[in-house]
Design a protein around this ligand. Structure first.
Ligand code: B12
Length: 269
C-alpha cells in the first residue's frame, strides 16, 4: 500500500528509499531522527524529510578530536614506552591519537615533548643512561617520519629547516618540519649541525621564502642569530627557535616573517 499524497511516503517506502530496514526507520521515527505523522494508525513521512535525512547520512561528520585530558594522559604512557624502548606502543599511541583527530603539533607538543624533557632531566641527574635517551630519540624520529604529512594543493610557501653547526639536536628540526608541513608549507629539511654558510648558499640556489633555525644547544645561539642575520641581509626571512619555544604558532610566525621581510615568494602547487 502506498501513501495517498505524492509528497508523502509510507514508512516502508521511506525505509526503502533510505536503504534501511523497516525497524531502523521505525526507531528513527521514535527517537525523532526521522519526522513522521501518525495517519490512521500508520506513520507517513514527508518525501522532503526523507531526502533531508538521506543527505545528512551521506555528509561525512568530522570526528570529534580527542579531549585535552585524553591527550595529556597519553604523555604518561608515552614516557614509559619511550624509556622501555617499546617502539610498537609509541607508534600505536601516536597513530591512534592522529586517527582520532589530534593534530601532529598537538601530538608533538603534548605527548612527545614532556617525556623527552623528562628523559633529558633524568639523564642529567644520572637516573637514566645515555642509551635510553638515544634509543628514545631514534624511536621518536621514526614515529614522526611515519606520520609526516604530505601537503596537497597550493602551499603557503617554501621553508628551509635546520640547526646550525655545533647543535646536534636533529629532533627539534624534524618537529618543526612536521609542524610546517601540517600547515601546508613546502619544507626542505636539512637537519642538524648545518654550517651557516651552507644554509645561505642553499638559499641562493633554491627559491626559499623563510629559513627556520631550530636551536637546542645554547652554546651556538650566537651562530644561529648570526646566520639568521646574514640571511635577512640577503632578503631571505629567517626565524630562530629555542628550547621551550612552541610549534603551535610556528607556521604563522614563518608567514609573518616573510611578510615583514618583503621577500620574494616562491610558488609551489
Ligand atoms: C635527545 C637529546 C639529545 C640527543 C639528540 C638526538 C636527536 N636526534 O635530536 C643527543 C644525544 C645528540 C644530545 C646531545 C647533547 N645534549 Co641533549 N638532549 C636531548 C633531549 C633529551 C631532547 C632534545 C629534544 O628533542 N628537545 C625538543 C623538545 C623536547 O624540547 P623543546 O626545547 O621544547 O623544543 C621545541 C622547540 O625547539 C620547537 N622548535 C623547533 N624549531 C623551532 C623553530 C621555531 C622558530 C620555534 C618557534 C620553535 C621551534 O620544537 C620543539 C617542540 O616544541 C634534551 C632534553 C630537553 N629538555 O629538550 C637534551 C638536552 C637538550 N641536551 C642537553 C645536553 C647538555 C646535551 C649535550 C651537551 C650532552 C653532552 N654532554 O654531550 C649534547 C650536546 C650536543 C650538541 N653539540 O648539540 C641538555 C641541554 C642543557 C643546556 N641548556 O645546555 C638537555 C636539556 C638535557 C638536560 N636536561 O641536561 N641530546
Amino acid at each position: 500500500m502506498t501513501a495517498a499524497d505524492e509528497h508523502e511516503l509510507e514508512l516502508q517506502e521511506a525505509a526503502d528509499a533510505l536503504g534501511v530496514h523497516y525497524q531502523t526507520a521505525y526507531r528513527w521515527v521514535r527517537n525523532g531522527r526521522l519526522p513522521a505523522t501518525l495517519l490512521n494508525g500508520r506513520y507517513v513521512v514527508a518525501r522532503s524529510d526523507v531526502e533531508l535525512v538521506d543527505a545528512r547520512r551521506r555528509t561525512p561528520v568530522a570526528p570529534t578530536p580527542p579531549s585535552r585530558s585524553r591527550i595529556e594522559r597519553q604523555a604518561e604512557r608515552m614516557y614509559t614506552a619511550l624509556v622501555d624502548g617499546d617502539e610498537p606502543t609509541v607508534r600505536a599511541i601516536a597513530r591512534r591519537l592522529v586517527e582520532e583527530g589530534a593534530t601532529l603539533v598537538d601530538l608533538i607538543q603534548t605527548v612527545l615533548v614532556p617525556p623527552l624533557r623528562q628523559i633529558g632531566q633524568a639523564w642529567h641527574e644520572g637516573k637514566l643512561t645515555i642509551w635510553v635517551e638515544h634509543r628514545a630519540s631514534a624511536i621518536v624520529e621514526r614515529t614522526l617520519g611515519e606520520l609526516s604529512p604530505n601537503p596537497r594543493g597550493r602551499r603557503r610557501g617554501t621553508a628551509v629547516v635546520a640547526a646550525v653547526s655545533g647543535d646536534y639536536h636533529s629532533l627539534p628540526t624534524t618537529m618543526a618540519t612536521v609542524a610546517l608541513r601540517e600547515s601546508n608549507w613546502h619544507v626542505h629539511h636539512l637537519g642538524a649541525d648545518m654550517p651557516g654558510d651552507e644554509i645561505v648558499s642553499f638559499c641562493a640556489e633554491h627559491p626559499v621564502d623563510v629559513v627556520v633555525l631550530s636551536l637546542t644547544n645554547p652554546d651556538v645561539a650566537d651562530l644561529a642569530a648570526g646566520t639568521a642575520h646574514e640571511l635577512r641581509e640577503r632578503g631571505i626571512a629567517a626565524i630562530v627557535g629555542g628550547p621551550g619555544r612552541r610549534l603551535d604558532e610556528l607556521a604563522d610566525e614563518a608567514a609573518d616573517a616573510v611578510r615583514g621581510s618583503g621577500a620574494r615568494r616562491s610558488t609551489v602547487d
